[in-house]
Design a protein around this ligand. Structure first.
Ligand SMILES: [Zn+2]
Length: 135
């Protein structure tokens, strides 16, 4: 569970940093919207079968047996446009939600702890009086 969340987090973080370089006010919320708008490339039936075979038709996190109603292929790097075999693992919906939630929480935490200092840091314009000149 943790390794999948970490993998996803690192991929998300690198996409976030890329965007942030181009747009300095790029935020976590904008990132989530961008991520959702990544166009999904549908996996072919053959490819899905191959990936499920590699993992013996089980959820890679909790080992449950594949159930069509409750399983999807999970994109390791979270990029749904990269539906290539080595980016896919079978994962049940419950585990997918948890992995995603944890990766997003880590990214949010990273962004919150790496905020630039507020402008005017160390110098409060409103309360700092101009120097008194006495003649
Ligand atoms: Zn699972």
């Amino acid at each position: 569970m943790k390794i999948y969340a970490n993998k996803l987090y690192k991929a998300k973080l690198s996409r976030f940093k890329n965007k942030k370089q181009k747009d300095s006010i790029y935020s976590f919320n904008t990132f989530l919207i961008d991520e959702r708008s990544i166009k999904k490339v549908k996996t072919e039936i053959e490819q899905e079968k191959k990936v499920r075979d590699i993992y013996s038709d089980k959820c890679v996190v909790c080992n449950r047996i594949w159930d069509n109603d409750d399983f999807k292929l999970h994109h390791l790097n979270g990029d749904r446009s990269q539906s290539i075999t080595h980016n896919l693992v079978p994962m049940c919906n419950r585990c997918r939600r948890r992995v995603n939630k944890e990766a997003n929480a880590m990214l949010k935490e990273y962004i919150n702890t790496h905020k630039p200092p507020p402008s005017g840091f160390g110098f409060n314009i409103k309360t700092t009086k101009p120097p008194n000149f006495e003649y």
